[in-house]
Each structure stands twice: as C-alpha cells, then as structure tokens.
Write a protein that binds this ligand. Structure first.
Ligand code: KIV
Ligand code: ZN
Length: 414
C-alpha cells in the first residue's frame, strides 16, 4: 500500500510538471489557439443537428485546418454525442478532444467513458457552471459559497481522471467581478488548466470585454498555471470584435464556430476571427496554426451538413464575397485583383473572382466575358451588348448562354 502511495505521488508530480510545462509553452509562444465548438455550441442551434458521421467529417476538416482543440460534444446529454466522440478516437489525432460537462460527477464519468482510449494529452473535459446572480438565484438556487464548492469539488473529481480541464463560469460577463475571479482562482487551485470567459448571452462590447480580460489578469494571481479562453455569443453582432479585443489583451484561446452558427444569434465565427488575425498581424502580433486556405471549403461543408445556409454577404464563406456586378469594380479587378479585394480568393481556398453581368456592369467586364466565350467584338458592338443587358428584366442573371444569345442577336440580319 505504502509503495502504491509513493508511485501515485510520483505520478501526480510528473503530471503536474507536464501540465505546467505545456501551459507555459503555449503562453510563451504567443500563439492564438483556436478551440472550435461547431460540433457542440454550433449544433445547439435549432435545426443544425448533425449525425455522428457528419461530425466526423467536420472534425477531419477542422483538424486539417489546424484547430488546437475540438469541443466534441456533450456526452451526458446525448447518445449520438457519445457515438460521435467514440468514432473520433484514433481518427482525429492532432486536436485535443474535449467533452462538455456540467459540474456533476456523472457528467465527468460520461466524458471519461466517451474519450476512453484517446491519449491523456489529447483528451479533456470542459466543465461549466452558472455563476451570475441570475443563474445562482433562479437556476441553481444556491448562494456564492455553495456554487463555488460545487465548482471546486467537480474540478477536483475531474482532475483525478483528466489532465486537461477547462472550467467556464457560465454567464461570466454578468457575474460580479470579484466573485468571478475568486471562482477562477479556486478553479485553478483545484486543477483547471484553462479558465473560460463566456459571454453567454452576448451582452459585451469590445471595450468591456477587454476590461474583463485585463481585470482577470490582474486579480487571478495563479493565472500563470492556466490558459485563458474567451467565448462570445453574437447577440449584438460583436462576437468577433469582442474576441479580437481579448486577443489583443492576451487571451490565449478563442472559442469559435464555423459560419458563426450557435445558440440564438450564434457564436464568434472562426473564419472571420482567423482572417482578421491573419490580415492584421502588425496589430495583434500573434500567430496561429490555422491554415486559411482551408476556410472557405470548411464553411461550405458545415453549411451543407447542418443545412444552415451561409448568408450571401457573410465574410469569407458567403457566395458574394468575391463577386461583383458593379462596372467600376469589375474594371478595377480586371486591371489588378487587389484593387477591390481585401484578399484574394485563394487565400481562403475559395473559387475565383466572379464578374457578374447585370444592369450595373460596364464595357470591360462584358468584353472580357465575350472574349472568354470566344466571341470577338469591337468596342461599339460591346457597348450594344451592354445596352441590351441593361434592358433585361430586374434580377436576370446573364450567364454564358444568355450572353451568347444577346451577342448573336446583334449580328443576325434584321
Ligand atoms: O455560452 C456559454 O456559456 C457556453 C458554456 C457551456 C461555456 O457555451
Ligand atoms: Zn456558448
């Protein structure tokens, strides 16, 4: 018995040292770690249900895109989530797989079973518990001390089973700051390796979000032992801006979903955060492992499998973001693609630029398209085609067939 105790102590010491080294490494690297929650918070969106095989396909695409961790599901809430996580074991190798749990031991056990077989450094739990006055009073019917005890007990329980433990105080952005920080300090002391800051109902602005991160860094004296993750909902359309404001202040992990799908108005959109960081490295001075060329196909895949359409103007994945019908823009793009684009389509793995022919199109785009379909027209003939296009009924799409018909009609004997 005595030697088993000693072995256990040595094991605990090694585990502690390894954990600390990994956290220190991530913090020193300055990397922004992407934690994707499409398969959990994203799937929570009404109508976005995914079958286990769909989840595997998305998880593979997320792995290929370079996400650091995957919020793979909520095992205690659904058998399908368990099945999906079981199918990921041995297939999804690079990202850490985490399972969502309430601060309830049976949830941690369910996560433990679901993630059984994944290596210790690639499996974790993500525990959450409401901490705001609203949650304490109306949902949990507990006072501050009671909620704190639930949190620390459950993290200690999880720490005997997992090396990676994230703790998120649900509704953190509406929790009293001192109490919030007390929860974080004790969570870390109990074994949390990541502390999350969820703006559960999406009420913050970038300035307020940044202030929270600064205050957490000031008041959580043991934060050197944990990563700080941020999680924003988009109820005010600010989830991406809030995420970036927190990155600027030093948050280590950003929790996002592809296409921004998620509860109510959704979550911070992974592809938007990734591109904003990639395009503004001078401002953020932080790198990430995301491969931006995977983003547009990833957006498409998630839209197809969830049946949640991407709005046409949605940054990165929307069908309009490399399309224009305006004559001045078309002319500029033909002269140099960068004149009217923030980045080229290939940067995000999208199909090429589309010069849509319609009422607003000009001479150069029409001439260019005529040439591409093998019709050589002089300037005045091109202008006649432009005029014909302007007279078409509202909303007519001028595809190659219609363009050819219009052009031929000019050459037919009257
Ligand atoms: O928004 C939220 O609070 C959550 C928690 C489960 C972390 O998604
Ligand atoms: Zn959420």
């Amino acid at each position: 018995m005595a030697s088993k105790g000693l072995l256990q102590q040595i094991h605990d010491r090694v585990t502690h040292t390894v954990r600390h080294a990994v956290i220190t490494h991530h913090k020193r690297s300055g990397m922004v770690l992407f934690s994707d929650t499409t398969l959990r918070d994203g799937e929570q969106m009404p109508g976005a249900t995914l079958e286990p095989d769909d989840k595997i396909e998305i998880a593979k695409a997320l792995e290929a895109a370079g996400v650091h961790s995957l919020d793979a599901g909520f095992p205690a809430s659904s058998e399908q989530d368990v099945e999906a996580i079981r199918k990921m074991i041995g297939v999804i190798r690079k990202p850490v797989l985490t399972a969502l749990c309430r601060t309830v031991n049976s949830d941690v056990d369910a996560a433990d079973r679901a993630l059984d077989g994944n290596p210790d450094h690639k499996r974790g739990v993500s525990l959450f518990c409401g901490t705001s006055p609203l949650h304490r009073k109306h949902k949990l019917e507990k006072d501050q001390a009671q909620v704190l005890k639930i949190i620390t007990d459950s993290i200690s329980y999880a720490a005997d089973r997992f090396r990676i433990i994230a703790f998120s105080p649900e509704d953190a952005s509406r929790t009293e700051l001192d109490y919030l920080c007390k929860c974080y300090v004790e969570a870390i002391d109990s074994g949390a390796t990541t502390i999350g800051f969820p703006d559960t109902v999406g009420v913050l602005t970038p300035e307020k979000a940044a202030d929270f991160v600064k205050a957490i860094q000031d008041k959580v004296h043991n934060l050197d032992r944990a990563l700080l993750a941020v999680h924003f909902h988009n109820d005010l359309g600010l989830a991406v801006a809030n995420t970036l404001a927190c990155v600027k202040e030093g948050a280590n992990v950003v929790q996002c979903t592809v296409n921004g799908i998620g509860e109510r108005a959704g979550n911070a959109s992974l592809e938007e955060v990734a591109m904003a960081l990639a395009m503004n490295s001078d401002q953020y001075n932080r790198t990430s492992r995301l491969d931006t060329t995977r983003l547009a196909p990833l957006c498409k895949l998630v839209a197809e499998l969830t049946s949640v359409m991407i709005p046409r103007m949605k940054p990165v994945g929307g069908s309009n973001v490399f399309a224009t019908e305006a004559g001045i823009h078309q002319d500029g793009l033909l002269k140099h693609p960068d004149t009217y684009l923030p980045f080229r389509p290939e940067v995000v793995g999208a199909d090429g630029i589309q010069l849509v022919l319609g009422r607003h199109s000009g001479r150069r785009a029409v001439a260019h398209r005529l040439e591409s379909i093998g019709m050589s027209f002089d300037e005045s003939e091109v202008m006649e085609v432009v005029e014909l296009i302007k007279q078409l009924p509202k909303g007519t799409v001028v595809d190659d067939t219609l363009l050819q018909e219009l052009a031929q009609s000019l050459r037919e004997p009257a």
